[in-house]
Design a protein around this ligand. Structure first.
Ligand code: ADP
Ligand code: ASP
Ligand code: MG
Length: 410
């Protein structure tokens, strides 16, 4: 008998009509005889009553003085509401179901409130409910420490709950249901003719997710990849099969995947570029800068170290602190706020000549300056002004024929 983990995101649960679609997917698999573990996110998006951001808003008026432990207790409520409301819907349809908190489902984490890591999943309780033919609904994004304290896994963490449960239960597949048709060649909110991909490798979606494609959390992909559990990203609101994510070898052997030079685009907004010129300054300039950033927990990216100085980027939120720290070191950085990082990703670009030339040509023709660039074997990054982002994504999407070419495997 198959064991399927289904995960439903916030927009899939936000109202009665979307929950009817959720019910349809659960009923279909339940009636086919599969054992089901259903992971849910908090309902809706920012501004809607039980969304995670709306819960945070409740305490913002108090200067955000809530201690991390209590903040996690608050944040965990959104997923609990979803789990219990969905349980009532299933029970009303005669489908036996049980709702569990992350801790009750056996998800044990360390004690880092707000960004806890899963250390172990004890599956006994879930196995018992599954053996009793119940649909097991688990509140996503949360776990509990050995001492029983509720923790959350970091924003977007319900995807991580789903693949971690899939790995622990050795599921046949983890289905991530969301509000788009699968993994697309770019974020459809930014590129109107983005196309769904029928299949991608773990590595490719990991690159896309790490570079800002929030359709699935990168940690969730890493867990699935390590356990070798296939994942499908698909729409709650249709019956399409979505995008299959598994290892490249298995996709190749099924004849449904090939190494496309460029598979898709991803982007991150709200980036600041900092440039420090060395002049006749200290020879240990790089060391002093990066040590200061690390000591203050500032994450740096796009690092370019040259004999003449360094360029790197930080998030908009960290910019003021980073500039202060550089000031304390007697450096006067050139600060370029309002940037965006665009990533061009493809498992087959390694060793392919001309990819950078296409990027430069597309952006130059659109009159978009490139402030910095970098590359790895499967990704090329460019830093541009955020005001040019929509145009840049569209230009690159067209230049690589992503709007025309058949999606992977089709
Ligand atoms: P959920 O609440 O279901 O977890 P998210 O908002 O976290 O949904 O993720 C789905 C969103 O991810 C989509 O609405 C889409 O705008 C965005 N997204 C970004 N990049 C991509 C991509 N390459 N393919 C599909 N969706 C993407
Ligand atoms: N509700 C949580 C968040 O908004 C977790 C999730 O949606 O995956 O970050
Ligand atoms: Mg999400």
């Amino acid at each position: 008998m198959d064991l399927i983990v289904q995960k439903f995101g916030g927009t899939s649960l936000s109202d009665e009509s979307s929950r009817r679609h959720v019910l349809r997917h659960i009923t279909r698999e339940h009636e086919a005889g599969s054992r089901l573990v259903v992971v849910v996110s908090a309902m809706g998006r920012s501004g809607e009553p039980y969304a995670t951001d709306s819960l945070l808003e409740l305490v913002r008026a108090n200067g955000d003085m809530l201690p991390p432990r209590e903040k996690d207790l608050l944040l965990s409520c959104g997923e609990l509401i979803s789990a219990t409301v969905l349980c009532s819907l299933l029970c009303s349809e005669g489908i036996p179901a049980v709702a569990l908190t992350g801790g009750q489902a056996g998800i044990v984490t360390d004690g880092r409130f707000g960004s806890a890591r899963i250390s172990e999943i004890r599956t006994d309780r879930m196995q018992k409910h599954l053996a009793d033919k119940q649909v097991v609904i688990v509140a996503g994004f949360q776990g509990a420490t050995e001492g029983g304290e509720t923790t959350t896994l970091g924003r977007g963490g319900s995807d991580t709950s789903a693949t971690a449960l899939g790995a622990a239960l050795n599921a046949d597949i983890v289905d991530i249901y969301t509000d788009v048709d699968g993994i697309l060649t770019a974020d459809p909110r930014w590129v109107s003719d983005a196309r769904p991909l029928s299949a991608v490798s773990y590595e490719e979606i990991c690159n896309m997710a790490q570079n800002g494609a929030k359709v699935i959390h990168p940690r969730a992909v890493e867990i699935a990849m390590k356990a070798g559990i296939p994942v499908r990203v698909r729409s709650t609101f249709s019956d399409g099969v979505g995008t299959l994510v598994t290892n490249a070898k298995s996709l190749r052997s099924q004849g449904i995947w090939y190494d496309k030079t460029v598979t898709g685009l991803a982007h991150v907004r709200g980036v600041t570029q900092l440039a420090v010129v060395n002049g006749n300054g200290p020879s240990d300039l790089q060391l002093r800068i990066f040590r200061a950033m690390a000591t203050h927990g500032i994450s740096v990216d796009f690092i370019n170290v040259m004999p003449t100085g360094v360029h790197y980027t930080v998030s908009e939120a960290d910019t003021d602190t980073a500039v202060d720290l550089l000031g304390q070191l007697d450096f006067e950085p050139v600060v370029r706020r309002g940037c965006a990082k665009v990533s061009v990703i493809g498992g087959g670009m390694n060793g392919e000549p001309g990819v950078m030339a296409v990027i430069v040509e597309a952006l130059t023709n659109a009159g978009i300056p490139i402030f910095q660039s970098a590359d790895s074997n499967a990704t090329i990054w460019v830093l541009i002004a955020e005001r040019n982002l929509a145009e840049a994504l569209q230009a690159l999407h067209s230049a690589f024929g992503l709007h025309l070419s058949p999606a992977q495997g089709t």
